[in-house]
Design a protein around this ligand. Sequence first.
Ligand code: C5P
Length: 221
Amino acid sequence: MLVTAGPTHEPIDPVRYIANRSSGKQGYAIARAARQLGAMVTLISGPTKLAAPENVTLVSVETAREMLQATKDVLPVDIAICAAAVADWRVAQEGGQKIKKNGGSLPQLDLVEHPDILKTISRPGPKRPQLVIGFAAETQNLLKNAQKKLRAKGCDWIVANDVSPASGTFGGEQNKVLIIRAMNDEEGDYEEWPLLDKDEVAVRLMRTVAKSFSNKNQAAE
Ligand code: C5P
């Protein structure tokens, strides 16, 4: 399986970049839990301070474009979990030299949007993983926004978490999530899990994945 984790850094010039507050903890915990259950795992990670999980293939990337390429290089896999907080934008023209202050006029940064890695992986095709799981970090209307995201991305499950400042999720040790699964109806079904350590969320998620995955494969036999 493949797991994406962490933020991406998008250079503005050789000394500055656009980033976000993702620590990578949840994605790394998922990679560890999957490995412990016996999966062969490739973890594609943006810059984090975390140690590489044992017996997991770690591919370190910096930018969203590198993460997309690394993801394509790892396919096909059976299961893909996109936990990375991929930057939505990069600057259209990266400065070759440090942009200098010039006493008055401010630099204009034109942004371009990144391709969506989760959406790309979720597209039907011979390399589509059997199970694709995305994350939805929301600060309000968690369930509604996550249901919308499930449809928009075309993935099978969404793990939705509240990242409002009061939740302490970004950089913190705990996470409170909803697991939403695509069904034939518009909204899918969902389970609400209690506030848990990110490690516990990961173990529970991977047990649920393993169960659903083996049921699916038994049904297909
Ligand atoms: O649209 P939004 O960024 O909120 O969606 C979050 C989900 O989409 C996460 O699973 C994230 O890893 C994935 N994503 C991605 N590539 C992007 C943007 C988001 O894989 N460019």
